[in-house]
Ligand binder design. Structure first.
Ligand SMILES: [Fe+2]
Ligand SMILES: [Fe+2]
Length: 177
């Protein structure tokens, strides 16, 4: 079977898969419409973005949200006794770290601090509930930030992340039933 190098236009990461388009970016979770054959990828304007005051403030707030969610998920992955919970929270931590790295690049920062955090629960259900409320808040804020965005690249990222965080919301909803 032929293989293809796919590039995600949202996070810019490349990976190798079959020629059939994957449904999600394995790094940032962006939907397949954002994935493109590396031979056609052009990153002009992707990372050198003019931010007005509002877009910059929203990008900074988004970075804070992603860092906060990353450190919560890392904690939850370590403390949740169930293996499904450990796997779920670990991949959510990775995806949120990828989102943080997108905002870091948009904001042209040298580095991002991920503080130590241990205030998650030692049980699965409360961590799922916290995941649900964190994703719900992120979706609402990103939807609002996408609507406010002046810059088309910033708008594209916020819209893509609304979809990704909605996937995350479904993961907790399905397990809290
Ligand atoms: Fe991606
Ligand atoms: Fe995220």
């Amino acid at each position: 079977m032929a293989v293809t190098v796919w590039v995600c236009k949202i996070c810019g990461e490349a990976y190798i898969s079959t020629t059939e388009k994957p449904h999600r970016c394995p790094f940032c979770g962006a939907y397949e419409k954002h994935l493109i054959d590396s031979k056609e990828y052009d990153d002009t304007g992707a990372w050198d973005v003019e931010l007005n005051e509002k877009d910059k403030a929203n990008a900074e707030k988004a970075l804070e949200v992603e860092v906060s969610n990353n450190i919560f998920y890392k904690c939850a992955s370590n403390k949740t006794p169930e293996l499904d919970g450990q796997k779920l929270f670990k991949i959510l931590a990775k995806v949120e770290a990828e989102h943080a790295s997108v905002w870091k690049k948009i904001l042209k920062l040298d580095k991002v601090e991920f503080p130590k955090y241990d205030k998650c629960a030692p049980e699965y259900t409360p961590n799922l509930e916290e995941s649900h409320s964190r994703e719900d808040r992120a979706i609402k804020f990103y939807g609002q930030a996408a609507a406010e965005a002046q810059n088309s690249r910033v708008k594209e990222i916020f819209q893509a992340f609304v979809e990704v965080e909605t996937d995350h919301l479904h993961l907790s909803e399905e397990r809290l039933k």
